[in-house]
Design a protein around this ligand. Sequence first.
Ligand SMILES: NC(=O)c1ccc[n+]([C@@H]2O[C@H](COP(=O)([O-])OP(=O)(O)OC[C@H]3O[C@@H](n4cnc5c(N)ncnc54)[C@H](OP(=O)(O)O)[C@@H]3O)[C@@H](O)[C@H]2O)c1
Length: 216
Amino acid sequence: MENLYPIPDDLSADVAVAMVGTGATTLGLLHATQPTVDDAVLVLSAAGGIGTLLVQSLHREGIFVVGAAGGATKTAQVRDNGADIAVDYSDPDWPERLASAPRVSVVMDGVGGRIGRQALELLAPGGRIILYGWASGSPTEIATTDLISRQLTATWALGPRMVPPGGWDALRSTSLERAATGEFRPLITRFPLSEAAAAHAAVEGRTARGKVILTV
Ligand SMILES: NC(=O)c1ccc[n+]([C@@H]2O[C@H](COP(=O)([O-])OP(=O)(O)OC[C@H]3O[C@@H](n4cnc5c(N)ncnc54)[C@H](OP(=O)(O)O)[C@@H]3O)[C@@H](O)[C@H]2O)c1
């Protein structure tokens, strides 16, 4: 019973499902990172479930946000969602496209691999990277010399010390409230349960947009 949360009025059950997981994680990441208007934040997989909510939240706070995603359709979506700059990291030279942009001071990295490493290289001296997953298959490689030579801070997110007082319960409740008030506008791709295999294929093939939900 301890994992039951009341669904606010006007919120559908499928959106609530997205909020309890992905929305709460987004809030935990923002709490752990504490970005301010003095930051320029680079969000990887910015068209994904968490990425969509991160871009919205940062934009709402007036923080400069660079959203990076794979392909033109996704980058257009990231721009529409409020990113100041949207960049397509399926182009291996994507960092060069940010040469005239404000220097990145925070990286939100749920992708890892080559893309995570390129994002790390973009960080300004004194910058910070928060790691919360490796959708690419491997976490971003970071050496102590990276941290020392550029005074960087690298943090693994979402451990017990990273969530605010009230813990995950508070994050889940806040997330549901934000969706109910429209502060969070989650992007959801729905599949009927009978098409679960297609849903998995869409996730693996990177064609799904936002949070993928199976409906019954
Ligand atoms: N949702 C949660 O509650 C939660 C909690 C803790 C941690 N995480 C972690 O946070 C990260 C993002 O989670 P999410 O739920 O918001 O997922 P998501 O971003 O909606 O989906 C993952 C995205 O990663 C990108 N990606 C890059 N390389 C990929 C590859 N080789 N194969 C497949 N996708 C690849 C794809 O976007 P592009 O096509 O744009 O590259 C894909 O859409 C993941 O690492 C996840 O493990 C999620």
